[in-house]
Design a protein around this ligand. Structure first.
Ligand SMILES: Cc1ncc(C[n+]2csc(CCOP(=O)(O)OP(=O)(O)O)c2C)c(N)n1
Ligand code: SF4
Ligand code: SF4
Length: 1006
């Protein structure tokens, strides 16, 4: 029976609202906010009587990996708003086309008054664009156009090969930089960005980090919300600052140096983009910060328990900078006056701090505040340099910032009660860190190839050879047993060899290169290798997707045939094709000199290629497994009626199948006869490489289908008592943890939408990126009565009210434990045994459930942690392990740990649109499990019942009996008797030597 939702009390919301609603509040991710921003700009232009168009181009990469997918999804709305999205071939060519969008009105024939443009790219993409950014920024923007340059900065290298910060690149190209700190600011500052760009003629940088673009929030999109003041009191040159032709090289520079950058500063000043957000009657300690660091400062102040009254006593003033470069000096002067010290809180290398110091340098000694930030008052340029306060490496955490703020505050003359309170909070933060630093469980969920990934096979190299890594999913080979080491930036694959080959005895290397990278820029690397006449084999991994960033198609026409022809035309000495389906190519598809092999020949083929002089190509053609799964769901990829299973009785548990296939769907199964292997049929993507080990345990079932999973009989959920829900007068934090790719992010999205429907303030931060590939995913959900109560998107140390661990191993990760506190946190933990990918290499790996449970109990207190196998129950009830997440939410709801109502959760499930009925059922089963676990266990167990072999004996006698019976069935009673007698003899001897022990007997009996 379908579960209906009565939603009269909820805000009327549809899925299209985010792009369709003219004004009001919408619940969006930061990436969706960027899409909405484009539509809003068009709306505002229209209201202002301008006939403009939008143009978007760029190249994907975390944390902006999903922007192109969001733009494609919003195609009809973009179309209506006259916005064209053209993905770039790579970042710099995309930027060049953005440059073109500003030239539209230089020529007759322009159909619009101007084109507002958006470029996007990951930090390394910004680096690629140095040349074009400078040229195009100096050339300028059109009067009714404007350019916003989105830089995806991954400060902690969570999904990158190097941490990244774009601010300095932008300043080198004289591009002013805006740095939003929330999803709302993505919209508000984005509109300012284009307005500033039109006014100043500059391209405007827009710094995007996970905390803003990978988070979701309820935001206002009223077109009149952002009041833009176009300055009329700045002496612009008579011919303006917009792009023009003809133009002189030096005139272009003079326009930039004399006017444009100062016009941008003036825009910032006029619109008060930088502002004081906390002030005191007698300020003395100032904090200047921007973007994500602003969120961290707010969180640090919360962590330190600093109230408004404390701030007044301290004399604290906080200045929030929306434009970190160039730093607007009048606002800075206003902020700095009267202060005795300024603490600069910014991540990575100094950008605000250097400008601030420069601006204060000529102040009189007696009024100039001291500036500390990266270093203490001894500073950076003494020998030895001062002590690091807020280091430039990786990310700053609120805990680090809180400690430094506390340190600076302690020097002030404050009431001992205030000092004591702050000390106690710092003490807690320190204890947390010390607890995390002590040796704990060594297992971790490290990102790994998906089940059936082609790279599992393709990245192997023959004995005696090595490979270099390429950018793409296959980079994960460097932490596998693959003789793969070192990497380059995207597109430089294999080229370091040109600088090594002349100076080493080594004759040859393999270089991995993904098809997406090949198309982006990698073909030039091949050309360079041919030109340099080095011995190298490029393994072009044709998986028919730009897989790492979400499975986008490669950005233009490409096929194995095209790649082979292009490489031949580059002059490579040999090309060989290897595939899992070598027979699929029509005759004449490849030229006759190209051999085609089955992947089982990979080793032989590679040996031949390494002995061939010059640059050779191994074109490895096998579709990405995640892509196959998606396409199969849509019926767009053949789904062979062939399944591999392991005969548990034959399996000896050696683990060779896991090692050979490197596949995470080869799972352990604990049986009466020891640990065996099984294929997890729900995650298996039918790559079949596990069969390659010639193990007799493998059975292939041809033509069969998996039995349709049975669901439990519908239960009566009508009598479920309504729990008392927690309040959200203060922000309520739920931390959800789980395995990447299993729908953890959906929980955050559902809770976020439910809170939005109730008109609450909400923010959801998902830490995903590379972690989506079997890694640890964590989602921070914060809900409060009003949006203004939520500054930070991350839950502060010890401040999670609920930790919903959908996977116990991620539930004992540093991030989760750091958020737990006795007396504050309740933990609900799914204890299902899901081995981390390390198990592919370590067949005897133990999953230490007991110690993990203890860790969590220690962190929250034994009475506040509940452990149950949610996966087993949910799978038994709903026939699919995917039901686990909603089951866990239902359980938490019933325990009174979810601060949103049932109606809004159900409505959010409907709006989400996927598996609506089963998600609702799972939610209700979870609720029921919290009140009537026995009923739910009984309903679930018949479906989830293990075969008898997987029931472990509980006593020595049972163990002996079961084996005796097994041997009788296998051969006869006499055979069993030999076993019984032998064990009895051992037992008697052991009893005589060591009365009361049976360890030896057990080992023998087994
Ligand atoms: C200059 C630059 N742009 C974008 C990225 C982000 N990025 C990392 S991997 C990747 C996809 C590579 O695709 P492909 O070569 O097809 O390999 P696959 O992920 O499919 O294995 C991208 C775009 C990057 N690292 N550097
Ligand atoms: S997304 Fe595709 S290429 Fe990437 S690890 Fe998964 S199967 Fe392999
Ligand atoms: S290879 Fe796999 S299935 Fe075969 S015996 Fe070893 S563990 Fe069992």
């Amino acid at each position: 029976m379908a579960i209906a939702v009565s939603s009269t009390s909820l805000a009327p919301v549809t899925l299209d609202d985010k792009y369709e609603l003219e004004s009001g509040r919408i619940f969006v991710t930061g990436v969706q906010a960027l899409v909405r921003l484009l539509i809003l700009q068009r709306q505002r232009d229209k209201l202002a009587g301008l006939n403009t168009a939008g143009f978007v181009s760029g190249y994907r990469g975390s944390p902006l990996g999903g922007l192109d997918l969001a733009l494609w999804k919003a195609a009809k709305f973009l179309d209506r708003a006259n916005i064209k999205f053209q993905p770039g071939l790579n970042e710099d060519l995309a930027a060049t086309s953005i440059w073109g969008s500003q030239q539209v009105n230089l020529y007759p024939g322009a159909k619009v008054d101007g084109v507002f443009a958006m470029w996007y790219g990951k930090g390394p993409g910004v680096d690629r664009c140095g040349d074009v950014f400078k040229h195009a920024n100096f050339a300028g923007t059109s009067k009714h156009g404007g350019v916003l340059v989105l830089a995806g900065d991954d400060h902690a290298a969570k999904s990158s090969t190097l941490p990244h910060q774009s601010d300095h690149q932008f300043s080198a190209a004289m591009i002013p930089v805006l740095y939003p700190s929330s999803v709302q600011e993505v919209i508000d500052l984005g509109l300012h960005g284009w307005a500033m760009s039109r006014y100043s003629g500059c391209w405007v940088g827009f710094k995007c980090v996970s905390d803003t673009v990978e988070s979701s929030a309820s935001v206002s999109i009223d077109p009149a919300r952002v009041k833009i003041v176009v300055p009329d009191d700045f002496p612009l040159p008579p011919d303006g600052v917009s792009i023009r032709w003809p133009d002189g090289f030096l005139q272009t520079e003079a326009r930039m140096q004399d006017f444009k950058i100062y016009a941008a500063l003036h825009y910032c000043r006029t619109n008060q983009l930088n502002r004081i957000v906390i002030d005191s009657p007698e300020p003395r300690l100032g904090i200047i910060t921007s973007g994500k660091s602003y969120l961290d400062v707010r969180q640090a102040l919360d962590d330190l328990g600093i109230t408004e009254a404390d701030a007044a006593e301290i004399g604290m003033r906080v200045f929030k900078v929306a434009m970190p470069w160039p730093l607007e000096p009048e606002g800075v002067r206003h902020f700095a006056e009267g202060l005795s010290e300024i603490l600069v809180v910014e991540e990575k290398r100094q950008i605000v701090e250097y400008q601030l110091k420069e601006q204060l340098y000529n102040w009189r000694d007696d009024v100039r505040p001291r500036v500390v930030g990266k270093f203490d008052e001894k500073g950076e340029w003494t020998r030895p340099h001062g002590d690091w306060l807020l280091p430039a490496t990786s990310e700053l955490t609120p805990a680090m910032i809180a400690r430094v703020i506390a340190q600076r505050i302690e020097r002030l003359d404050l009431h001992p009660r205030t000092i004591e309170k702050i000390r106690r909070r710092v003490e807690f933060i320190n204890q947390k860190e010390a607890a995390l630093a002590r040796p704990r469980i060594e297992l971790a969920r490290v990102p790994y190839f998906c089940s059936g990934c082609p790279h599992n096979t393709s990245t192997n190299v023959p004995e005696g050879s090595r490979a270099t890594a390429g950018i793409g999913c296959h980079v994960m080979a460097i932490w596998m047993d693959r003789k793969t080491s070192t990497f380059t930036h995207m597109g430089g694959e294999g080229v370091p060899w040109i600088g090594q080959a002349p100076f080493t005895e080594e004759k040859h290397i393999f270089a991995n290169l993904g098809d997406g990278t090949y198309y982006h820029s990698g073909i030039l690397a091949i050309r360079a290798a041919v030109a340099a006449k080095v011995n190298i084999t490029y393994k072009i991994l044709y998986n028919d997707a730009v897989a790492m960033t979400g499975g986008q198609p490669v950005d233009g026409p490409i096929s194995p045939q095209d790649v082979a022809r292009q490489c031949a035309a580059e002059g490579v000495s040999k090309i060989v094709v290897v595939s899992d389906e070598p027979d699929k190519y029509p005759s004449g598809y490849f030229s006759s000199d190209i051999a085609i092999h089955h992947r089982s020949d990979l080793d032989v083929v590679q040996r031949q290629l390494r002995d061939t002089d010059g640059c050779t190509i191994l074109l490895y053609d096998q579709t990405c497994a995640a892509e196959k799964r998606r396409r199969r769901k849509r019926g767009k990829f053949p789904d062979p009626a062939r399944r591999v299973v392991i005969n548990e009785l034959v399996c000896e548990g050696c683990g060779d199948c896991g090692v050979k296939s490197n596949c995470v769907s080869v799972a352990p199964v604990e049986t009466e006869f020891g640990r065996k292997r099984t294929i997890d049929q729900s995650s298996c993507n039918k790559d079949y490489s596990c069969v390659n080990g010639f193990c007799p345990s493998f059975v292939t079932v041809e033509g069969g289908q998996l039995r349709k999973p049975k669901k439990a009989e519908a239960a009566d959920f009508s009598g479920l008592p309504d729990p008392v829900r927690p309040t959200t007068h203060d922000p309520y934090g739920v931390l959800v943890t789980g395995i990447g790719g299993t729908g953890v992010v959906t929980i955050g999205a559902l809770l976020g939408m439910a809170a939005h429907l109730e008109g609450k303030g909400v923010s959801v931060l998902d830490m995903t990126g590379l972690a989506q590939k079997n890694g640890a995913v964590v989602s921070h959900v914060r809900i409060a009565d009003a949006p203004e109560q939520l500054y930070a998107t991350r839950i502060a140390a010890g401040e999670a009210k609920l930790v919903l661990a959908c996977d116990i191993l991620t539930g004992v990760g540093d991030e989760a434990l750091a958020k737990m506190q006795k007396g504050v946190t309740k933990a609900l933990v799914n204890t299902a045994l899901v081995m981390p990918a390390q198990f592919t290499r370590d067949p005897d790996l133990k999953f230490p459930t007991g110690s993990m449970e203890q860790e969590i109990k220690d962190a929250v207190g034994p009475g506040d942690a509940e452990f149950f196998d949610g996966t087993k129950l949910a799978t038994g009830l709903m026939g699919d392990s995917i039901a686990t997440n909603l089951f866990m939410v239902g359980y938490a709801y019933q325990r009174g740990l979810i601060p949103v109502g049932e109606t809004s959760i159900l409505k959010a499930i409907e709006l989400n649109g996927a598996s609506v009925e089963s998600n609702k059922q799972s939610f209700y089963w979870g609720r029921l499990a919290a009140v009537d676990p026995a009923h739910v266990a009984a309903a679930a167990i018949p479906k989830a019942a293990k075969p008898d072999s997987q029931r472990l004996s509980e006593s020595l006698d049972e163990m002996i009996d079961r084996r005796a019976k097994f041997l009788t069935d296998y051969q006869d009673a006499a055979y069993a008797k030999r076993y019984i007698d032998f064990v009895a003899r051992v037992r008697a001897a052991e009893g005589a030597k060591q009365p009361g022990t049976t360890d030896l007997t057990e080992a023998v009996a087994r």
